[in-house]
Design a protein around this ligand. Structure first.
Ligand SMILES: NC(=O)C1=CN([C@@H]2O[C@H](COP(=O)(O)OP(=O)(O)OC[C@H]3O[C@@H](n4cnc5c(N)ncnc54)[C@H](O)[C@@H]3O)[C@@H](O)[C@H]2O)C=CC1
Ligand SMILES: O=C(O)C(=O)Cc1ccc(O)cc1
Length: 366
């Protein structure tokens, strides 16, 4: 029997719990969370076996401790764990989006010889809470592991075996490198998305037309602004220096762009957008990105009853599983676009062939 404690039964903690149970049959899972209704739901749904009374009370019986709360709380729990008597072979890991602060808080435990391996699954969503948990959330996603300096490779391998049910791709990095990479690819983009939304709030109030138009590309660019505010406040407060560095470069780039425009400098403007286009076009959308490679098919949907059902029925009859389905309201008065996401390239291609054979119009999109 492996006793696993998960503190923070939200989207990530809940999804890990489900993935762990799937892989290791004799896992006994104890859940901790400040939100009692999440704990009750998790217990009722069989995501956890027991509701814990508190970290200090249950930690001594754990073989594995997973901290999946916002980052500041992860750091506080690591400091608390250093004051307790734990099982000699315990593995402590976390899921926090920043790693320097987490590993600094782990230092007293590491000094005691306790195994602490920082973790960060690069998959998730703008949704939060245990209700959004999904055993398959981490499939094919990169999963950063950040061992302590003295941590034996054997222990890292042990953690990877425990987490095998995530079907993630593990990648070892140093805390500083980690925080710079995610600052660039996740944290600053998130700040920009939230700023875009805040900047347009008043416009939406004043103009219903603006709000209607926002249903298209703007909505896609700003999806992540719906994420949990506490989680993002903690991320910025624990990755401040790397984010500041990156942000200053952005501000410089935008200032240059504005100056080129004001100076009517066609060449500079063309250079700027050309450079962006060449780089963006070279990214394979199904391989790159923080989020696992999703395989989309875009279908033209005529504006008549039953049009979407026709498409989904064809896929259901062929038993092709969908990861997600949504209507993109990008073109008012015209046909809608149905975006169907599959978990694999094989499913995507099979769906494409089946739909094309039924005269359904498949759109090409980069
Ligand atoms: N949402 C995402 O896409 C990803 C998030 N992460 C990281 O994983 C961690 C968890 O994120 P999510 O699951 O998305 O958040 P969430 O908001 O879905 O879940 C967090 C859970 O922690 C609990 N919690 C918060 N403060 C607490 C406290 N002081 N004591 C006890 N429980 C507390 C909340 O009640 C909630 O159930 C965060 O550190 C986040 O940075 C990592 C990868 C992806
Ligand atoms: O939903 C998205 O696009 C995300 O970017 C999710 C996400 C949020 C925070 C992380 O540390 C890692 C992934």
């Amino acid at each position: 029997m492996t006793t696993v404690i998960i503190e923070g039964l939200g989207l990530i903690g809940g999804s890990l719990a489900l993935a762990l149970k799937q892989e290791v049959a004799d896992t006994y899972l104890i859940g901790l969370d400040q939100n009692l209704s999440s704990l009750r739901f998790a217990k009722q749904a069989g995501i956890i076996d027991e509701i814990g009374t508190g970290l200090a009370a249950v930690a001594p019986q754990a073989d594995v401790i997973i901290l999946a709360t916002p980052v500041e709380k992860i750091a506080a729990s690591l400091r608390l764990l250093a004051t307790l008597t734990l099982k000699p072979n315990v593995i402590i890991t976390d899921t926090g989006s920043t790693k320097q602060v987490v590993m600094a808080a782990a230092a007293p435990l590491l000094t005691q010889g306790v195994t602490v391996i920082g973790g960060h699954p690069m998959a998730g969503s703008h949704k939060s809470g245990v209700h959004a948990a999904n055993a398959d959330l981490f499939r094919s996603a990169y999963y950063f592991l950040v061992p302590g300096q003295q941590t034996a490779p054997l222990q890292v391998a042990r953690l990877q075996r425990l987490l095998a049910g995530t079907n993630a791709k593990f990648l070892q990095v140093e805390p500083t490198e980690h925080d710079h990479i995610v600052g660039m690819l996740s944290h600053v983009p998130h700040m920009l998305a939230a700023t875009l939304v805040n900047e347009t709030t008043q416009q939406f109030k004043d103009s219903p037309t603006a709000l209607r138009l926002a249903a298209g590309g703007f909505r896609d660019m700003t999806r992540i602004a719906s994420s949990d505010p506490q989680m993002w406040a903690d991320i910025l407060l624990t990755n401040t220096a790397p984010i500041q560095q990156i942000l200053h470069r952005y501000i410089g780039d935008l200032t240059d762009l504005e100056q080129a425009m004001t100076a009517r400098d066609q060449t500079a403007l063309l250079d700027f957008f050309n450079q962006a286009k060449v780089t963006r076009d070279a990214i394979n959308p199904q391989k790159a990105g923080a989020i696992p490679g999703f395989f989309d098919v875009f279908v033209d949907i005529p504006d008549r009853t039953g049009a979407i059902a026709e498409v989904t029925t064809i896929l259901a009859q062929a038993e092709i599983q969908l990861v997600n389905i949504q209507v993109l309201e990008t073109r008012e008065e015209l046909n809608g676009i149905l975006q169907i996401t599959f978990a694999s390239e094989a499913a995507q291609q099979q769906a494409q062939q089946l739909l094309a054979a039924q005269q359904i119009n498949i759109l090409r999109r980069a």
